[in-house]
Ligand binder design. Sequence first.
Ligand code: LMR
Length: 355
Amino acid sequence: MYDVTNNKVVAPNTAIQKGRVKMKSLSALCGALLFSLSLAVSADPIIIKFSHVVAVDTPKGQAAERFKKLAEERTKGKVQVEVYPNSQLYKDKEEMEALQLGAVQMLAPSLAKFGPLGAREFEVFDLPYIFDSYEELHKVTQGPIGQSLLKKLDSKGIVGLAYWDNGFKVMSANKPLHMPADFRGLKMRIQSSKVLDSEMRALGANPQVMAFSEVYQALQTGVVDGTENPPSNLYTQKMHEVQKFVTVSNHGYLGYAVIVNKKFWDDLPADIRKTLEGALQDATKYANDVAKKDNEDALEAVRKSGKTQIIQLTPEERKAWKKALVKVHQEHADKIGKDLIESIYKETGFNPNAL
Ligand code: LMR
């Protein structure tokens, strides 16, 4: 069409303009589509892989499940926690490496497994008889000493978030263990802690560091003669089926630090991190509420199985164990830190000379 007033052909231009408008709205539509797509992508849940080495029906296994439930509910699915129990993903040493590399985001290793990271202070928890009860232990794990220990992990690329209880250890073997002399020459599986190495040597045994997942078979085949663990671990790994005697010695404590990869944790949106901290706080309370009873029930189940004889120490026998083992405190004072050990004695009232 020809515009007489402007002496211009308008029809094609109008068509072009209309085309441009169409193009514009099309690209706006594409933009909107892309935007909602990117929203959908950014709405992908944050995955927390939580690896651990024990059975689901242990204090740690149950607490991990509780954390998963609370974290997923409270973030309305923005966080998904994948729990891998029973060394399914990694064994003890590998899980620490995987956390530092970011292949998993969360773990709860035993406090006896931080030495190889260069955090020897954590071995203070392995000192024989340093805690007589959960109440004494909580003065440390729920107080300033526990917090300052967790802070030390920052430099390893790890954030320490909480302590979870398991319990007090029993000793097992295929012979009755009443007195320190009964340990002479026995090969005893231990976790990777220098303090536990000294503990077994102080009893005259030969300590062997071994991953938790390998213990049952090692006991079954005689690669080691015995081991130590809280009853919940002994029972859920069926160790009692291959150990004829269990001595309720309560000579040491085994518990956990819940840890996360620092970069992952620091990069989380602040509101999500806060929600996860709340979920963990409640899971921690749950863990510490169930631990004692779980261990009592596990010991009862071992007794009921009829496969293992349970030995209670007499006061004299207990005194002999203490006498043999308390020297380990002195042996490790330099490596762990004298001040740290003293500060714990102060909290709990432990007196190494009062034997
Ligand atoms: C062990 O290796 O015996 C324990 O640390 C296992 C655990 O995580 O309780």
